[in-house]
Design a protein around this ligand. Structure first.
Ligand SMILES: Nc1ncnc2c1ncn2[C@@H]1O[C@H](COP(=O)(O)OP(=O)(O)OP(=O)(O)O)[C@@H](O)[C@H]1O
Ligand SMILES: O=P(O)(O)OC[C@H]1O[C@H](OP(=O)(O)OP(=O)(O)O)[C@H](O)[C@@H]1O
Ligand SMILES: [Mg+2]
Length: 329
């Protein structure tokens, strides 16, 4: 037996949705961040690499498998739905860190009852129905869902105990019509499936507003190699995110730069290259919504050739994603 310290040189595993609702948006998201996946053995290859990023492996998995791998530590980073994280991981906040919501894959996990139940509008009304069913008919209200844990927690928080879960693996909204359950807990985006099945959401029946998140595993083996790869990936993602929210304004000021005033206070803008306009040219980063107000301001201060563009990436030393990750590993 050697006493040499074990060096953890394991590569980073990035788990990416390979099918279903999140696949297209997730691939587009990484593409915008300049992260291109290489599948050396063709389209059906479930392992890949990232062009230009050393020490990273890409695992192509289903959204729910990604949650399992993040929870066990088999994957370091992944994209998946918050609904699946909250459902599948008992103590989610201990096992994973939600680095950032991604603005796609929006869906609400809801409690829905038959539209014909006109007097049932709230969880309290539902509690009355459940109690009555139990006392008058000796039966428990049946709830069809695949969100067993979310349902138990939500119902308990509303004091509702007289019910039974009927686990559903698909077409959950059809359960009431099929007679296998009275109500359902499921995910909805447009509401089309609920309507088609004559179901309505209770007024206080939105259990969770979910979207796709970039998620980090706290339990994964975070060696130096994995950390370095994570930083490379997260710096590109943060640079793209930052770029999307800013516009770059360049203007010729010819000595008028001292009349600019406090652009940060006035417009929430920054002067990334400094206030002293080299050759009379100043570069300003400003929030998209303040662009035209700032342009007017520059014009009044004597600015000319004011050019506005959208940067592709803004790399900054301060990276909120890396900071969030580092605080946990
Ligand atoms: N309209 C939607 N319906 C279902 N999920 C959605 C919807 N919009 C976004 N999502 C998100 O996508 C995740 C994965 O859903 P998806 O339908 O791809 O897989 P699944 O239903 O878990 O598995 P399967 O591929 O077997 O259907 C959901 O958990 C949710 O976070
Ligand atoms: O509110 P809507 O826009 O109608 O979307 C909601 C439906 O979409 C999902 O099913 P999916 O199509 O993923 O099939 P699945 O049940 O096999 O997962 C979900 O389970 C709902 O049934
Ligand atoms: Mg689905």
């Amino acid at each position: 037996m050697s006493d040499a310290p074990v060096v953890n040189d394991a590569p980073l595993v990035l788990a990416v949705p390979s099918k279903g609702r999140l696949q297209e948006n997730a691939t587009a998201f990484f593409g915008r961040a300049g992260l291109k996946f290489v599948k050396s053995r063709g389209e059906r290859d479930y392992r890949g690499t990232i062009a230009g990023v050393e020490g990273a492996e890409v695992a192509f998995l289903s959204a729910s498998e990604i949650v399992s791998q993040l929870a066990s530590g088999a994957a370091h980073l992944g994209i998946t739905g918050e609904d699946l994280v909250r459902e599948q991981v008992a103590d989610a906040d201990a096992a994973v860190e939600m680095l950032t919501p991604l603005g796609f894959g929006h869906a609400n996990v809801v409690v829905a009852v038959p539209q014909a139940w006109i007097d049932v509008r709230t969880m309290a009304d539902l509690d009355d129905v459940a109690s009555t069913m139990r006392s008058r008919h000796g039966r428990k209200l049946r709830v069809a869902t695949k969100y067993v844990n979310l349902t138990r927690r939500y119902f308990a928080s509303h004091g509702l105990a007289d019910y039974r879960i009927v686990e559903s693996l698909g077409a959950t909204e059809g359960a009431p019509a099929a007679g296998t359950a009275e109500i359902v807990v499921d995910i909805t985006t447009t509401g089309a499936t609920l309507s088609a099945n004559a179901l309505k959401i209770l007024d206080d029946g939105v259990m969770l507003a979910s979207e796709a998140n970039l998620v980090a595993s706290v339990r994964a083996p975070w060696g130096e190699r994995a950390k370095t790869a994570a930083k490379a990936i997260l710096s590109r993602i943060a640079a793209e995110e930052e770029a999307r929210s800013v516009r770059e304004i360049r203007a010729r000021l010819d000595g008028a730069s001292d009349t600019l005033g406090d652009l940060a206070a006035l417009f929430g803008a920054r002067l990334p290259l400094g206030a002293s306009a080299a050759g009379g040219v100043v570069t300003i980063h400003c929030p998209e919504k303040a662009v035209f107000a700032l342009v007017d301001h520059l014009a009044k201060a004597g600015g000319d050739d004011i050019t506005v563009s959208a940067p592709a990436y803004v790399f900054r030393k301060a990276n909120p994603l890396i900071e969030r990750l580092q605080a946990r590993i």
